[in-house]
Design a protein around this ligand. Structure first.
Ligand code: NAD
Length: 389
């Protein structure tokens, strides 16, 4: 079976789906590996490192014409999609809950679509395949660095002959994988860190990292399915926003990471909350995307300074800015999934398997993933998104 790694084409995307070290492992598993010319350049893996690992570096035309499975980080671009043919499979982070129409168009063309976003994350045998976690870890780490870079003061307490600097007060809103990594990194940089999440289970995790957990008196508790948060009701959201605003104003740096799968990211920092912050404060909005963000006024991929001197950074794709580490981890995840799907050198699709049921989106001309099929059936919600503003 021929497995091919494409060069990512999304703006600013520097990751690559497979790194040379993993090429060797796949070859030991009996797979042939093709790599599009320059695929690893952005992550500092030149073509010759793939050749040395036993891959064949080739042209885009040859790769799409001869590969059985295409490996990507994010969804292929339009040109790549047009090249896919019936019987081929594509594996990547295809975000089918936010873009169900991609799944439908791949199904219509007989392409098997497999998305790492759907992996059941609490299944211990799937942990090595969990790309959402590995990439969120990278993103949380980088968010703390981005915040420190934009902040005009020190993060740590510094006592020098020129005076004493108090430590920065940093608040992380949303303490899942990325939030906890941001807390750990900010603590190592010396900031005084607090965290908040709607899932009650996260309190212990925040405290175990030496940060303070903020308990809201409004007591919003929203554990959802599969370890995720559920979407808040309008009343819960209003109570949460109002109470958070007071805490936000007392902090110098805010990092937001809140997500609810398949929904618009919840708004946690309102325009009033931003207006109450001191000049020089910094907010890094990791929820920032074309769907909206966690912070009023954040713009994906941009840094804006408000009238009252608050810098709001719309941190859209932080893993791409740590491309080597992010690619190393992603490569292990995608190859573990691939080897799980392969039996006797062939891709064997079997959605009675828990892992496959989560990741296989389209196969045999059908959208087979129930949640994606449901979104497509309810075609009035063509964006695949519900929720608040
Ligand atoms: P995510 O990226 O979906 O969301 C980030 C955080 O935002 C979550 O902690 C969520 O609770 C929080 N959030 C959502 N709405 C919010 C709101 N209105 N206000 C405040 N916070 C809000 O989450 P994630 O980091 O991918 O993790 C999701 C869950 O999966 C977590 O419980 C995590 O511990 C769990 N997980 C488990 C495993 C495992 O068991 N192996 C692996 C990975 C993740």
């Amino acid at each position: 079976m021929r497995v091919a790694v494409v060069k990512e084409s999304a703006p600013g995307e520097r990751r690559v789906a497979l790194v040379p070290e993993t090429v060797q492992k796949l070859r030991q598993g009996g797979l042939e590996v093709l790599v599009e010319q320059g695929a690893g350049d952005g992550a500092w893996f030149p073509d010759d490192t793939y050749t040395a690992a036993g891959a064949a570096v080739t042209t885009t035309d040859d790769l799409y014409a001869t590969a059985d499975v295409i490996l990507t980080v994010t969804r292929p671009d339009e040109a790549g999609l047009r090249r896919l043919r019936a019987g081929q499979a594509v594996i990547g982070m295809l975000a089918p809950l936010t873009d169900p129409h991609l799944a439908r168009s791949l199904a219509e063309r007989g392409v098997t679509a497999i998305s790492l976003d759907g992996l059941p994350r609490t299944l211990s045998r799937a942990q090595g395949m969990d790309a959402l976690t590995s990439q969120a870890n990278v993103a949380g780490y980088k968010a703390a660095l981005v915040a420190a870079d934009a902040y005009g003061r020190f993060f740590p307490l510094l006592i020098t002959a020129a005076g004493t600097a108090r430590p920065a007060k940093l608040l992380v809103l949303g303490t899942g994988v990325a939030g906890l990594q941001a807390i750990g990194t900010a603590r190592r940089l010396g900031a005084q860190v607090s965290g908040y999440d709607v899932r009650p289970a996260s309190k212990g995790e925040v405290e175990s990292l030496g940060a303070t957990f903020i308990d809201l008196t409004s007591g919003v508790s929203a554990a959802g399915e599969g370890g995720y948060a559920r979407e808040l009701t309008a009343e819960e959201r209003d109570a949460q926003q109002a109470e958070l605003a007071g805490h936000i104003a007392r902090h110098d740096v805010i990092i937001t990471t809140a997500q609810v799968p398949g929904r618009r990211p919840p708004l946690l920092v309102t325009a009033d909350a931003v207006a109450a912050m001191a000049p020089g404060s910094v907010i890094v909005d990791m929820g920032s995307s074309q769907l909206g963000g966690n912070v009023a006024g954040s713009v994906p991929g941009q840094s804006v300074v408000t009238q009252n001197g608050v810098t709001i950074i719309g941190a859209e794709n932080l893993p791409a800015s740590v491309p080597t580490a992010a690619s190393n981890a992603y490569s292990r995840n995608i190859s573990a999934l691939l080897l799980h799907l392969v039996t006797e050198g062939e891709l064997k699709i079997d959605t009675t398997d828990d892992i496959q049921a989560g990741v296989v989106v389209a196969h045999g001309g059908e959208v087979v993933h129930p949640a994606v099929a449901k979104l497509l059936a309810a075609d009035t919600r063509t964006e695949g998104i519900e929720g608040d503003a």
